[in-house]
Design a protein around this ligand. Structure first.
Ligand SMILES: Cc1cc2nc3c(=O)[nH]c(=O)nc-3n(C[C@H](O)[C@H](O)[C@H](O)COP(=O)(O)O)c2cc1C
Length: 188
């Protein structure tokens, strides 16, 4: 069974981004993946800031990423980019910590002015970490996301089909990486 690591970058306890990530997690579990979610806000802040990679909580989180076949990164946009908390965690990963993995970038934000933050901010860092395939991501406006009392995301048909559109290529990419390369590519 392939493993997926989901990394959420919100610092809020009641987070629309984390609710979005939970929805994606449930979809991936239904598909048969083993899913582990790392909420960066739950990692020890001082260890994160001081780059203590050997702290047990950070070492565990890094191991989850290392062992995953695919990674979903879900972040709110802060100051036109992904959050500093997320960056602190990504900085602790090895230089090519996403090598061989499929990656799905997700962002929530308050303004469409920053809809491209996925492409100009998040995608380059995933590529620099060696991700094999960064699939098309999704930016959602916070006002389009509603949380229920239980903290779960209300998903109407429109949102449901947007999520399906981005999850399917990610699943295909994770599955494809387990397949042998065509002979022509191996010989090259
Ligand atoms: C400190 C801070 C900075 C923000 N900066 C931006 C921004 O530059 N662009 C934007 O679109 N939204 C910005 N937002 C809005 C959040 O991205 C948006 O509300 C997001 O959905 C919050 O996600 P969460 O509920 O998971 O924390 C900012 C919010 C905060 C708290």
């Amino acid at each position: 069974m392939s493993g997926i690591a989901i990394i959420t970058g919100s610092v809020s306890a009641r987070s629309k981004t984390s609710a979005l990530a939970a929805r994606i997690a449930a979809r991936l579990v239904r598909e048969g993946f083993r899913v582990t979610t790392i909420h960066v806000r739950e990692l020890p802040a001082e260890d994160l800031l001081f780059g203590r990679v050997d702290s047990p909580a950070l070492a565990d989180a890094a191991r989850v990423v290392a062992e995953a076949d695919g990674v979903v990164i879900a972040t709110p946009i802060y100051k036109a980019s992904y959050t500093g908390a997320l960056k602190a965690f990504l900085d602790l990963l090895p230089q090519f910590g996403l090598a061989g993995k499929a990656a799905l970038p997700l962002a929530t934000g308050g303004t469409l002015a920053h809809v491209l933050a996925i492409d100009y901010a998040l995608r380059p860092v995933l590529q620099s970490l060696g991700a094999r395939h960064v699939v098309a991501g999704l930016f959602l406006l916070d006002k389009a996301l509603r949380l229920g009392e239980d903290g779960l995301l209300d998903v109407d048909d429109d949102l449901g089909s947007k999520l399906e559109e981005i999850v399917k290529p990610f699943i295909d990419s994770v599955i494809r990486q387990g397949l042998p390369l065509p002979a022509r590519e191996v010989a090259a």
